[in-house]
Write a protein that binds this ligand. Structure first.
Ligand code: PHE
Length: 457
């Protein structure tokens, strides 16, 4: 065997029951608010077509090789991302400083989950709004009113944020293997099924042609350096790469499972759901004269108009927001896992204690986002509100830099024999493609987009 013993390390916290279990867990992490809430609104703010094109290039050219790198490093290190980076750094490069990449990722997870939980809280609230019948035949003014009274009230929005965080802490405290696999197995097909039903509605009742044109007709003048950075950041965010979430899950992957086919399956499913979501939302946006660039409220202000018109709209709304909540939940769990594993391994906390501590800190940070949609909405600096700045820092700075470091480590620092050992010891076509992606395509693309956004060329 061509390995140094690294491949035989045991995970410290159990394993996924099978390769399918792992695919489900990683798709549970990837598919979430990023696909249904964030992708449409960011595409809307950046003019559609050209943004979508860059996004797709980033997903397949940058995100996929990074996802494979995270899985292979996670499985080889079998620790939390900080310890894995330290261990592999020592093994492959002779020093431990790579651990800081893991550390940055753990911090990124805190930041992302802090706002993620607030938006997920809105989704929970909308399960009840949707069921109450307020959206029946509602026009845009009514729907906007419902949204505003939820999001501008720190008490109401904060309460839902608290509820969502409590649910996340609960699952993480029980251990990621239990419950997650079976939940995702049912929820993912249900979500896709419901999205297809909604797509049918959008095709019949929405301005479908206008929506498709907006999404797929590239207007290259819209392609500013800032928009390209947004597309890159969104690609990282939606695939959960760049902060170690996938690395933490990779640590629980059984030895024999194929990394390539897992990553490809997850990336395709994630992209399909994001596209579906945009194809449902934009026709409704245009049919109702809404502004595609209206920001983070887009999903919550467009879909209820459709639910209000459909027969059985209340039930469909309840099911939709329930599924969205679950999709966000499985992502939130993965956002906490690196930090929780770190607390357990480094500070020797028990799982429950680690989950409550990490969750508590994130909950507190989340109050900043709660307030920035309400009383602090006029307090703006840098990229906008506090929420806008946290989101920007996490998605457009931490994830791309973390992903860059990870892919450089896997592509350039790790010995070929070590990465081949994880991906394909025979070094077949998939391995060669990954290596070109990890050594050249992904790092060059990330560096170019970052320099471009800094205005350096
Ligand atoms: N990918 C998740 C989503 O699209 C968010 C996420 C980002 C999860 C980073 C984990 C790590 O909703």
């Amino acid at each position: 065997m061509a390995d140094s013993g690294a491949a035989r390390r045991q995970s410290l916290h159990g394993q996924w029951s099978s390769r399918l279990g792992f695919i489900l867990a990683v798709s549970g992490s990837a598919v979430g608010l990023g696909n249904i809430w964030r992708f449409p609104y960011v595409a809307g703010e950046n003019g559609g077509g050209a943004f979508v094109l860059v996004y797709l290039l980033c997903v397949f050219g940058v995100g996929l090789p990074i996802m494979m790198s995270e899985i292979l490093m996670g499985r080889r290190g079998r620790r939390n991302p900080v310890a894995t980076m330290r261990l592999l750094g020592e093994e492959e490069a002779g020093h431990a400083q790579w651990q800081w990449v893991g550390g940055m990722g753990v911090c990124g997870g805190f930041l992302i989950l802090s706002f993620y939980s607030v938006i997920a809280g809105w989704a929970v609230a909308y399960i009840f709004e949707g069921g109450s019948g307020v959206f029946r035949n509602a026009d845009a003014a009514v729907v906007n009113g419902v949204f505003a009274s939820l999001t501008t009230s720190p008490l109401i929005s904060g309460a839902w944020h608290t509820a969502f965080m409590a649910g996340t802490i609960f699952v993480v405290a029980r251990g990621v293997e239990r419950g997650l696999e079976s939940a995702v197995r049912v929820l993912m097909p249900a979500l896709i099924g419901l999205m297809l039903v909604l797509l049918g509605y959008s095709m019949m009742a929405g301005s479908f042609a206008e929506g498709v044109t907006f999404l797929f007709e590239p207007r290259f003048d819209e392609l500013t350096p800032a928009a390209m950075l947004e597309a890159l950041g969104q690609a990282f965010f939606t695939l959960s790469v760049g902060m170690g979430a996938i690395m933490a899950y990779g640590a629980y992957l059984p030895e024999e499972a194929s990394i390539t086919s897992t990553a490809v399956a997850v990336v395709i499913a994630d992209t399909a759901i994001a596209m579906l979501s945009a194809l449902v939302i934009f026709p409704i946006v245009f049919a109702n004269g809404l502004d595609p660039a209206s920001g983070p409220g887009l999903v919550f202000q467009s879909l209820p108009l459709a639910f209000g018109q459909m027969p059985g709209g209340e039930i469909i709304a309840v099911i939709f927001f329930l599924l969205l909540t679950f999709a966000a939940w499985t992502s939130a769990i993965s956002l906490m896992e690196p930090a929780v594993a770190w607390f357990m391994e480094t500070l020797e906390f028990g799982r429950v204690q680690a989950a409550v501590t990490v969750g508590g800190i994130i909950w507190g940070l989340g109050l900043l986002s709660v307030l920035s949609f309400g009383p602090w909405s006029q307090f703006r600096f840098g990229n906008g509100t506090i929420f806008d700045n946290i989101e920007y820092l996490a998605n457009n700075v931490i994830l791309p830099l973390g992903g860059l470091a990870i892919v450089i480590f896997a592509g350039w620092i790790m010995a070929r024999i070590s990465t081949a050992d994880e991906i394909d010891p025979k070094c077949g076509r998939a391995y060669k493609l990954w290596r070109v992606g990890a050594r050249f395509v992904a790092p060059v693309a990330v560096v170019l987009v970052l320099l471009n956004a800094l205005g350096l060329f």
